[in-house]
Design a binder for this molecule. Structure first.
Ligand SMILES: NCc1[nH]cc(CCC(=O)O)c1CC(=O)O
Length: 306
């Protein structure tokens, strides 16, 4: 089950445009750096088959788990995920083999105008409590409309006039070739991204030392450190992907700077703190910042819903 095969490496992927695009990007990079051929293997998950079922079993975990099952059974060699879709807890038998150079981690407003220039009461679509809370803090007059679906579907609602604008990750828009839709890219002081946003994660079987070495060639240590700081905040806060928690870490002049915020769902209050330290202490920086957030009432803000 865990022995190396002789043919091309099999990269399991969902069949959506974003998933196949980012999988192909990684496949090409692995081939360029190692000379190994990589073939994409499309995997249909329960979440792809039934939207109702997806709502019932909950979010992106379905897709992640389906790909992990294929890795554990040996049907595929590795998978590429958006890091922000991965739970912070470790999964037995599964190893994080690489985090390639991070894409732009910021969120983008897609619509006819920048946020400040949208009319009073404009209808903005997003399903993320983190984006909802921060949008409400910036523009309490907006009407926030909960939406689901892939980036293309969401953009179509703006084109159709059903919504005035939507907020999406810049990295995802770039990967599907839709940066044309962007009216404004939010700076982290306006809207803190989701932990790990814009970063990809390669996973393989933890026992496959051969694969770990091979896939490790596309790892970017600076990306690994910054996303470790961000995801440690999330892990300590014990907040899932749906919590109103934003983070942003970057390395400048060999210092790792981390900002994190927990925002009340109605945008009225927030706890926002920053820290910096040696990049090798990424996890400790994240853990300390999370404890400071908790000491200032972050847990109370996280529990609130309107
Ligand atoms: N949960 C959906 C999801 N997962 C990863 C991305 C974008 C790409 C990324 O953050 O790496 C998106 C769409 C979005 O939030 O706009």
């Amino acid at each position: 089950m865990t022995t190396a095969s002789t043919g091309p490496l099999r990269l399991g992927t969902r069949k959506s445009l974003m998933a196949t695009t980012q999988s192909q990007l990684v496949a090409d990079e692995v081939t360029r750096l190692t000379g190994h051929a990589v073939e994409l293997v499309g995997v249909t998950t329960q979440g792809d088959v039934s939207k109702a079922l997806l709502a019932q079993i909950g979010g992106t975990g379905v897709f992640v788990n389906a790909l992990r099952d294929k890795i554990l059974s040996g049907e595929v060699d590795f998978a590429v995920h958006s890091l922000k879709d991965l739970p912070t807890s470790a999964t037995p038998g599964i190893a994080l083999a690489a985090t390639p150079v991070r894409d732009d981690p910021r969120d983008a407003l897609c619509g006819p105008a920048k946020l400040a220039d949208l009319p009073r009461g404009a209808r903005i679509g997003t399903g993320s409590p983190r984006r909802v809370a921060q949008l409400r803090a910036l523009r309490p007059d907006l009407e926030i409309v909960p939406i689901r679906g892939n980036a293309d579907t969401r953009l179509r609602k703006v084109a159709d006039g059903e919504l005035d604008a939507v907020v999406l990750a810049h990295a995802g828009l770039r990967r599907i070739g839709r940066l044309d839709a962007v009216a404004e890219v939010f700076e982290p002081d306006q809207m803190l991204p989701a932990p790990g946003q814009g970063s990809l994660a390669l996973e393989c079987h933890a026992d496959r030392a051969d694969l770990l070495a091979l896939l490790g060639t596309v790892d970017d240590p600076a990306t690994r450190r910054t996303v470790t700081a961000e995801r440690t905040v999330l892990a300590v806060l014990e907040a899932g992907c749906s919590a109103p928690v934003g983070t942003y870490a970057a390395e400048v002049d060999e210092r790792l700077h981390l900002t994190a915020a927990v925002v009340a769902y109605d945008g009225s209050r927030q706890v926002r703190l920053s820290a910096s330290g040696h990049p090798d202490a990424a996890e400790q920086i994240g853990r300390d910042l999370a404890h400071r957030l908790l000491a200032q009432g972050a847990d109370q803000l996280m529990g609130e819903r309107d």
